[in-house]
Write a protein that binds this ligand. Structure first.
Ligand SMILES: [Zn+2]
Length: 406
């Protein structure tokens, strides 16, 4: 039988992690055609059956599914490096927010930025993520906090993703914080969120999910209940920030509302953990660089959550105020050290775990036949080395949709 033509042969891998058959050490090559994985196996056998148009030599490196970053705030205009000094002086996150810093300073910058300037910034954020191996991502608005600025943020994020070839799963986060002009009348902002913003975002079809920050100083459980119910009614999936500093009922509400995920969980109680384990549907979004960045002493109970069978993902929470890193390999290191996860659990959480939380686990996050051909070559001798070093980027080759990125 003559070899069949195909688009790309990736060969000379040290090993290939597909998640279809666990961490396979048998395979050292993959066949890709029309942007999809069509076969995984031994190079010697695949060469007999396929005739590739082009080839990629993995140089003995570890081939893994492309990273999916499932919690990202890419729509910001300037960083907040000065707050990093305030933190060194002992000023707390919620105190920074009260001073009009924190999220609200990003809001001022996003509102003031032209669409053109914002687009250039968001594109640069996606490029930084891509260099560290992110081949698809979730992305949130949430630094606009007005109908106009939230719509602008979502539109610009979509344009940036298209321009950079970054598959994007957009989330509306108008309920990130109460904007300055409504701090004295939160009820008014709740009305705007539920009756103006959510319907406008829905009408434009520019976000698949809605998110809310449930926390002291942000939204309480009663406000969140109204917002989540309205978002669900309009057909949005729910992704929720909760239990970051204080447990005020966010996780229980997320489970009750069948949210896709509840993220942070540093202040999660045993009751909250039990609720998540019983649900089995709502993912725990683990963001271990955030407490590091905020100099917090507590971490999410990562290992306990995973052992309890709670579906989970790991993400960067890339944003200017609480986790200024676009790097999932860096997150893996923090997850190993602070959440006590294994290398394999880390890689799973930022590939198939993340993809499943977004409802795209069939096509992304794994490398079985039929999956999107999004993959990375890591300059690592084996999986145990993933997240072992920090401050280094192990990603040496990136393939998105079967195309080798330069
Ligand atoms: Zn976040």
């Amino acid at each position: 039988m003559n070899p069949k033509p195909c688009q790309l042969l990736v060969h000379h891998a040290g090993s290939v992690v597909t998640w279809d058959s666990g961490t396979s050490t048998q395979a050292d090559a993959l066949v890709i055609d029309q942007g999809k994985v069509v076969a995984v196996g031994l190079e010697s056998e695949l060469r007999g059956a396929w005739n590739p148009v082009s080839e990629l030599d993995a140089g003995g490196g570890l081939v893994v599914p492309g990273f999916v970053d499932a919690h990202v705030h890419p729509v910001f205009a300037v960083g907040r490096a000065e707050e990093f000094d305030w933190r060194a002086e002992g000023v707390e996150y919620l105190e920074i927010a009260k001073r009009g810093g924190g999220i609200l300073s990003s809001v001022r910058n996003v509102r003031a930025a032209s669409e053109e300037d914002l687009l250039a910034k968001v594109r640069s954020h996606f490029r930084r993520m891509r260099r560290h191996g992110t081949t698809a991502c979730e992305g949130k608005s949430g630094y606009g906090l007005s109908v106009e600025s939230e719509l602008k943020s979502l539109k610009v994020m979509q344009q940036a993703a298209e321009a950079e070839g970054m598959p994007l799963y957009a989330t509306f986060l108008g309920a990130h914080m109460f904007p300055q002009e409504h701090r004295e009348d939160p009820q008014r902002y709740m009305d705007i969120l539920c009756e103006e913003m959510l319907p406008a975002v829905k009408e434009q079809g520019i976000a698949r999910a809605a998110d809310i920050f449930i926390e002291e100083g942000a939204f309480n459980a009663t406000q969140a209940r109204r917002y989540c119910a309205r978002a669900k009614e309009l057909g949005f999936a729910l992704r929720i920030h909760a239990d970051q500093f204080h447990e005020i009922g966010g996780t229980q509400l997320a489970v009750e509302m069948e949210a896709e995920c509840v993220d942070h969980l540093e202040a999660l109680s045993d009751g909250g953990l039990e609720a998540l384990a019983l649900s089995g549907k709502t993912f725990a979004g683990l963001l271990p660089t955030v407490p590091h960045f905020l100099r917090q002493k507590i971490d999410a109970p990562g290992r306990k959550l995973v052992q309890a069978g709670v579906p989970y993902f790991l993400a960067t929470d890339f944003n200017p105020g609480t986790s200024y890193t676009p790097s999932l390999p860096e997150v893996a290191h923090f997850a190993r050290v602070r959440l006590n996860l294994s290398a394999e659990q880390c890689l799973f959480g930022m590939t198939l775990g993340a993809a499943r939380s977004l409802g795209i686990g069939a096509q992304k996050g794994h490398l079985g036949p039929g999956a999107d051909a999004d993959l990375l070559v890591l300059d690592l001798p084996d999986l145990f080395h993933f997240g072992y070093a920090f401050g280094e980027n192990p990603v040496v080759k990136i393939v998105v949709g079967g195309k080798v990125q330069q």
